[in-house]
Design a binder for this molecule. Structure first.
Ligand SMILES: Cc1cc2nc3c(=O)[nH]c(=O)nc-3n(C[C@H](O)[C@H](O)[C@H](O)COP(=O)(O)O)c2cc1C
Ligand code: SF4
Length: 792
């Protein structure tokens, strides 16, 4: 009978029970109840005893496993096709289980058992709760019984995967014993508690007889360049990082440390998972749960550190400790230390949870997810825009009675908003953005400014990078935003007032500057100066000229004596024609002919080439009074061949200046069709040869241009019209006070009316190659002399 019932589908059993209950007018309650009990028992039996073979995991496959499931047994990713079911008891070997005597096999149960075990060992319910929370968050956010699907075992394949491949959750056993590692204990401390704990951990490791190598103790605040440890790693084998730090909900150097980790993660120039080289890491957090528990900020910066180290590819070898110094004190920290050191002796495999770690941080700073997935939801292509545009008041609806729903470009609850804020942008209003650039940080620390200092005298710590339109009409292959910003050809969104944008941008910029005050190396004088922005680079992302009130916005900048460097993509000739005075007007010229322009800029406009040519004509005519600049981004294999084509465009527009810059690598992405690889990034010498050829050609045509300045570190060269040469010397710099004086006078003036002499160090071919001798050069270990930061 039981066998017969087992063969019936549960749904049939339930239907029969319901029918009996209904037909008997409620008198069949007992039959109904028995049926329900029977179904529950069956479901339990099914979910408890078996798992699909393709999902099951075994730490070390037995001979029997291998025989049954092929060569690799099930210790590796199982390739069995028949999805045969096997008993769940093969789930074994979890490090935490062994260390803490756990009996259960699934993630949520591990968290619970771990908590109980931890509490038993430490008699600390508080620490237990804290650690339990972090493990639960990491292992399984909620214990959903039917989702107790164990992680795949994938061996140690991550180590050999390409940098760009996201490490996956995996159960791995390190080839090296953790005791053979080189451990560095990092700490940062404001009032001394974390320093004490770090020293206690260091001492414990120092006297641990089984540890093969002596540990190191490093104060994070004394590290000159965090990149030496958290982008690159010291030249030692099998490094383990132990990081001890408190949390502060007020500005502190910890913010800078966290921001650096995040910047590294989002920096397209570095390996996506640079800390994969480490053998492992762990974080011990100190905080105050009584005062900050209810706000959810208890030890939040330790959790964030743990999160970002994980995102950078490092393997967590022990759960983040969250110790309340008010209720537990040093003793609780020592308990965590003892447990961690014990765990070092244990060489059981460790579950590396990469995927779930995204959930750990309340504000979930996961840029990658947004770039790859959520951004897709918000990208609106021109083909999809027809209907929307019909309805937009700004898109010239033909029907005046048509009800128009005008949306926000980047609404606060949209994935794009999350994506941008997670990447460090402050979204101002609903369509503008501001972000502090790397060079601004670098200049604050007395290091190099960006190439615009060499070419035009812009001090990076006085520069704000912003845009009044996050939307763009191109999807350039070299764009470091990788197309995660909204796209479109017409303005069809709500419009924010220019004063709201400017005030919001300045506020966002200054608050980011403020965060730098505890950073080692920040020069007090420069820090103070930075609260008076002098230059505005309208080039962050998107197309500033797209903003309907761009002229009003420029006027407000100039009123505050902030110079304007506006970059446009040569796709909006009408707006370009009516643009008012700017300090410097850029037009991006990314290719010398129609076919290559399509390939490289991936424009949304069908008449993109004609639009560009119209823009060039406007530069030569209506806007010829401006300091017009061609900006060329050289991409090998795409746009570095046709010298004549570029000469034609230069001849047509006669720009005052030509900035030529080698493209920087921002990663390939199948998701958005970005085809670039490192092969497409030209060397500086290649850029030089190309630029020299272009200059030769334009001069052969009698146009009169010369190689004026360079910034070799940024792979950037400035070509200028000979109009900027006086008595054989270049005058590419800008006399900013003169610019504002002329502007205030209300008279017409020309690009040559506010020029200033180019300094020696910036001249093309000079020994400094554009490096300001007043700034400090930073030597990185094992590397040539270089700047401290790269340009965005
Ligand atoms: C101004 C201030 C802000 C703090 N903010 C937090 C917080 O957000 N979360 C937390 O868990 N503890 C917070 N704390 C408590 C400290 O993290 C805790 O006292 C810690 O032990 C200090 O470590 P340290 O002296 O080694 O730097 C704060 C303490 C102060 C004085
Ligand atoms: S890189 Fe751009 S935003 Fe940064 S300092 Fe230079 S001009 Fe300003």
């Amino acid at each position: 009978m039981s066998q017969f019932l087992d063969k019936l589908p549960s749904s049939l059993v339930l239907s029969v029970a319901l029918t009996i209950y209904y037909l008997s007018g409620g008198r069949g309650t007992i039959i109904f109840a028995i049926s329900i009990l029977y179904i529950i028992t069956r479901v339990n039996k099914e979910t408890d005893n078996t798992l699909p073979l393709s999902q099951h995991q075994v730490a070390s496959p037995t001979k029997k496993d291998k025989k049954e499931h092929g060569k690799g047994g099930c210790g590796k990713l199982c390739t069995c096709k028949d999805k045969k079911e096997v008993p769940k008891k093969t789930l074994s070997g979890l490090k935490l289980k062994k260390s803490f005597g756990l009996n259960t096999a699934n993630n949520s149960d591990i968290a619970i058992d771990f908590t109980q075990s931890f509490a038993k060992k430490t008699s600390s319910p508080l620490a237990a709760i804290a650690i339990s929370e972090s493990i639960t968050a990491e292992a399984s956010p909620e214990p959903k019984p039917l989702k107790r699907v164990p992680k795949l075992f994938k061996g140690n394949k991550n180590a050999t995967k390409k940098a760009i491949t996201k490490p996956e959750s995996s159960m791995t056993k390190a080839e090296t014993s953790l005791l053979d590692s080189n451990i560095i204990v990092f700490y940062t401390s404001l009032t001394g508690a974390s320093e004490r704990s770090a020293k206690a951990l260091f001492e414990k490791l120092n006297t641990l007889p089984q540890l093969a190598n002596k540990p190191e103790l490093i104060n994070i605040d004394e590290i000159i360049d965090l990149d030496d440890y958290f982008t690159n790693t010291p030249d030692k084998e099998n490094l383990i990082y132990c990081i001890v730090l408190p949390s502060y909900d007020v500005d502190s150097p910890i913010d800078y440390f966290l921001q650096s980790l995040q910047d590294t993660y989002q920096d397209f120039r570095v390996d996506k998972y640079p800390l994969k080289k480490l053998l492992g890491f762990t974080v011990l957090g100190l905080g105050d749960s009584e005062s900050w528990g209810s706000s959810g900020k208890f030890c939040y910066q330790a959790k964030k550190t743990d999160y970002w180290l994980g995102k950078l590819g490092a393997r967590r070898i022990f759960p983040v400790g969250e110790v309340c110094m008010k209720t537990g004190g040093d003793a609780k920290a020592i308990e965590w230390i003892d447990m961690f050191v014990d765990a070092l002796k244990d060489d059981e495999p460790i579950l590396y949870e990469y995927a779930d770690s995204d959930n750990e941080v309340e504000d979930g700073e996961d840029a990658e997810n947004d770039q790859s997935s959520s951004s897709d939801e918000t990208l609106v292509d021109v083909e999809d825009m027809g209907n929307m545009m019909k309805g937009s008041s700004l898109s010239g609806s033909s029907n005046p009675n048509e009800q128009v729903e005008v949306k926000q470009m980047v609404a606060k609850n949209s994935p794009t908003y999350n994506s941008l804020t997670k990447q460090g942008y402050t979204v101002v209003g609903s369509h503008s953005g501001v972000k502090i650039c790397r060079w601004t940080k670098s200049a604050l620390r007395g290091r190099g400014s960006c190439y615009k200092f060499a070419f035009y005298g812009i001090k990076s710590h006085l520069c704000m990078e912003t845009t009044p339109s996050l939307s763009c009409s191109n999807k350039c292959v070299f764009c470091w935003r990788h197309g995660t910003n909204p796209v479109g050809t017409n303005w069809r969104w709500e419009v924010d007032q220019p004063d709201v944008i400017l005030n919001g941008a300045l506020q966002g910029h200054y608050s980011k500057i403020k965060q730098m005050r505890g950073v080692p190396g920040v020069v007090a004088e420069r820090f103070q100066e930075a609260f008076q922005v002098k230059h505005c680079a309208l080039s962050l992302v998107g197309e500033p000229i797209f903003y309907p009130y761009i002229n009003e916005f420029l006027g407000m900048l100039h009123e505050r004596e902030i110079s304007s460097f506006l970059v446009c993509n040569a796709q909006h000739p009408d707006q370009l024609a009516t643009l008012s005075k700017v300090t410097q007007l850029y037009v991006s010229i990314d290719a010398p002919n129609k076919a290559e322009l399509k390939k490289i800029d991936r424009p949304l406009f069908k008449d993109y080439w004609e639009r560009m040519l119209r823009c060039l004509d406007i530069l030569r005519t209506t806007q010829s009074h401006q300091r017009t600049v061609f900006r060329l981004t050289l991409v090998k294999g795409f746009n570095m061949t046709e010298v004549n084509g570029y000469a034609d465009l230069i001849e047509r527009a006669r720009p005052a200046l030509i900035e030529i810059k080698g493209a920087t690598f921002c990663g390939s992405s199948a998701g958005n069709g970005n085809p670039l690889t490192m092969q497409n990034i030209p060397f500086y010498e290649e850029c030089q040869r190309f630029v020299e050829a272009v200059v030769e050609e334009v001069n052969r045509r009698g146009l009169g241009y010369g190689l004026a300045a360079e910034h070799a570190h940024s792979c950037c060269i400035l070509v200028a019209s000979n109009d900027f040469k006086k008595d054989g010397e270049w005058y590419t710099h800008i006399n900013y006070p003169k610019f504002f004086e002329l502007l205030k006078s209300g008279k017409d003036f020309d690009k040559l009316d506010y020029i200033s002499k180019t300094p020696e160090f910036a001249l093309y071919g000079s020994e400094s190659a554009g490096f300001n001798p007043e700034d400090t050069r930073v030597k990185r270990k094992g590397k040539k002399t270089t700047f401290a930061a790269n340009e965005f």
